[in-house]
Each structure stands twice: as structure tokens, then as C-alpha cells.
Write a protein that binds this ligand. Structure first.
Ligand SMILES: C=CC1=C(C)c2cc3[nH]c(cc4nc(cc5[nH]c(cc1n2)c(C)c5CCC(=O)O)C(CCC(=O)O)=C4C)c(C)c3C=C
Ligand SMILES: [Fe+2]
Length: 322
């Protein structure tokens, strides 16, 4: 029997300052995320940056937290997606988070407990575009775990699916009703990255090239929707340094109304599940910046989450792999 393991970034356990601090510390202690010398990284991450960011970050989490389900939207949306895939395929499906819970070993144990005859686990890093701080760190983490214990099944890992027709189709479906209403600009917002990371990937070729993959995703979605690519903008959010990918989401949002674009649609194809970086950074901050600068209509397209067309699309992406 085959099982599926969907892996996402992760979230703090609760929206409390302490849990947010712990989560930020864990994430920034990852050498693939914060590329500073080893001797400095953990101290910088856990003793300096995490305590400095925690209060602000916790206040942002409190604005988007899913109080009804008492968990982060990222966790809720990823879990719902897994449940729907399990129902549709009859295969055991579990989720794991790169940082925080459920952990990778925990999820692998749950898969094994669900199915004694498990012979293969298809690992789905939920990142359409390759970045060392998202896709690669997940692949390394599962690899390290796999070689720690004599698991009785083999692993297959789904590659970044930035140009997969099933992913492109799902994005197009999520955009279609909004496009039909008319707009001045369609803003594709992706997570920014340090330029050093971008360059390392670019030098390895297109399978590792974040910007190439983003441009391909945008080109293919535009083609599927038959929209004018001149009305598109690619922007980058959440930079935490000067030498990060630009143009910046918020600078663009402040400029668009000045340049005459009053009706904007914003979509975040790099995040299959809504989370802090979409619900807060786009849904609250970018919207506010746009409206304050004279914008008239800001439409934020929710992530694919567990929409039926995405459940079906992701199942095809997974089954094409096996
Ligand atoms: C495409 C996915 C992601 C990439 C690439 C990525 C790079 C990256 N992130 C940080 C630092 C932080 N990220 C934080 C939160 C966060 N990051 C992602 C995804 C990617 N990050 C998600 C989905 C989330 C939100 C999770 C949630 O609970 O909703 C945080 C914590 C929040 C904050 O204080 O801003 C930090 C810090 C770096 C440095 C980086 C690339 C080098
Ligand atoms: Fe991040």
C-alpha cells in the first residue's frame, strides 16, 4: 500500500508570544534559511532575532489565527487538504511541518500505524517553486529522518510543480471569476528571497531557479486564462533585508494607484495554503497600503487551500509521480 505525506512550512503552536518566539527561532536556526556561519546562527536566531520579532509577529498572528479551530490557518488548510485527498484516493495521508508540529517522524509513524502494509510514501513538499528555504530544507529533513531509522517503506518525492498543468489549471480556476469582473492590474505576489539564495539556485539551472519558475507559473496561468500579460505585475513580499528580491509588494501597492491602476487583483501562487504571509501581508497590509494610496478595489484571491479543483489537481500531480 502507498501512503502520502504532505509537508508544509509550519506554524507556532499557539499565537502566544512565547510560542511565536520558539517557532521563529527554530525556523531561523535552519542553515538553509539563515545563511550565516554555524557558530553564530543559533544564538542570532534564538537569542536575538526571535525575541526581537516575537511581539510584533504574535500580534500579526492574532489577527489571522483560526480561533474556531484553535490552530493556525496554515495548519488547518493543510490538514483539510490532506483529509480530502485521503477521502478521494482511499490512500493513507498525513501532514507534517518542517518546523513545529506535527513533526516528520510523528507523521511517518502515523502513516505506518494507519497501514501495516505500507511499502511506499509519496512525499509532497507543498511548494510549487524551488527555494532552498522551502523545498530543499523539507527534502533534507525527510532524508535525514529516513536514514536515522530502518523504515520498512521507500520514499518518492514530488518535485516542484511550478509548470504542472494541474497546478496551473487550479490557479486559473481560482482567478477566473475575479478576472471576469475586470481589473487594471493582476499582481502575482511571491515570497521574497535573499539574492544570495536566488543566485545559488540560478547557477544550478532551471530546476533550482526560483525566478525562472515564478515567471513560468505566471506565463502559463496567463496563457490558460488568455489574459493580457502587460497587465500583470510580479512582486515579492516579506523581505527581511536589503539584498532581497524586488520589486517589493508594498512599494508596488503604494505606486499602482498613482500610476492609474485603481482596481487590482492580488494572488499568491507560491503558497498553496493560506497563512500569515498571505492573510496578513496581502489581505491586511498590502490592501491597506493600496487603498490609502488612492486605490478603489483590492481583490485578494484566497490560496488554493482545499478547493475541489485543487484536491483533484494535486492528486493528479501525485499519481503522475508514482
Ligand atoms: C514559499 C515559501 C517560503 C519561503 C521561500 C520562505 C522563506 C523565508 N522565510 C523566512 C523567515 C520567516 N518566515 C516566516 C513565516 C513563514 N514563512 C513561510 C513560507 C516561506 N518562507 C510561511 C508559509 C510562513 C508563515 C507560517 C504561518 O504560520 O502562517 C517567519 C515567521 C513570521 C514572521 O515573523 O514573519 C519568518 C521569521 C526567511 C528568512 C526566508 C528565506 C531565507
Ligand atoms: Fe518564511
Amino acid at each position: 500500500m502507498r501512503g502520502i505525506l504532505i509537508i508544509n512550512t509550519g506554524s507556532p503552536k499557539t499565537k502566544s508570544r512565547e510560542d511565536v518566539k520558539f517557532f521563529i527561532g527554530a525556523m531561523l536556526s535552519d542553515p538553509l534559511v539563515m545563511t550565516v556561519p554555524d557558530w553564530l546562527r543559533t544564538t542570532l536566531a534564538t537569542k536575538i532575532i526571535a525575541p526581537l520579532r516575537a511581539s510584533n509577529s504574535a500580534s500579526h498572528y492574532s489577527l489571522i489565527w483560526d480561533d474556531k479551530h484553535t490552530q493556525s490557518p496554515l495548519l488547518y488548510n493543510t490538514q483539510q487538504l490532506a483529509t480530502k485527498i485521503e477521502e478521494a484516493t482511499n490512500m493513507p495521508v498525513e501532514i507534517a511541518m518542517r518546523y513545529g508540529l506535527p513533526s516528520i517522524p510523528e507523521a511517518l509513524s502515523k502513516l505506518k500505524a494507519k497501514c501495516a502494509t505500507l511499502h511506499e510514501v509519496v512525499v509532497v513538499p507543498l511548494f510549487p517553486q524551488y527555494a532552498q528555504s522551502s523545498y530543499k530544507t523539507v527534502v533534507e529533513a525527510i532524508g535525514n529522518q529516513f536514514y536515522k531509522k530502518p523504515y520498512s517503506f521507500r520514499l518518492k518525492i514530488v518535485e516542484p510543480y511550478y509548470d504542472d498543468p494541474n497546478y496551473i489549471h487550479a490557479l486559473a480556476e481560482s482567478l477566473r471569476p475575479h478576472i471576469a469582473k475586470g481589473y487594471d492590474r493582476l499582481v502575482f505576489s511571491f515570497h521574497s528571497l535573499p539574492l544570495t539564495h536566488v543566485e545559488i539556485g540560478w547557477k544550478k539551472g532551471k530546476d533550482f531557479d526560483y525566478v525562472y519558475q515564478i515567471k513560468e507559473t505566471v506565463r502559463l496561468v496567463s496563457k490558460e486564462l488568455d489574459i493580457d500579460p502587460k497587465k500583470n505585475r510580479i512582486v515579492y513580499s516579506s523581505a527581511i533585508g536589503r539584498k532581497w528580491l524586488k520589486p517589493d509588494l508594498n512599494e508596488t501597492m503604494q505606486q499602482l494607484p498613482i500610476d492609474g491602476s485603481k482596481r487590482v487583483i492580488a494572488i499568491t501562487p507560491g503558497f498553496p495554503a493560506d497563512n500569515l504571509e498571505t492573510l496578513y501581508d496581502i489581505g491586511i497590509v498590502a490592501r491597506d497600503n493600496f487603498m490609502k494610496a488612492g486605490g478603489e478595489e483590492f481583490t485578494f484571491v484566497p490560496c488554493l487551500n482545499f478547493e475541489q479543483y485543487w484536491v483533484e489537481g494535486l492528486i493528479k500531480i501525485i499519481t503522475n509521480k508514482v
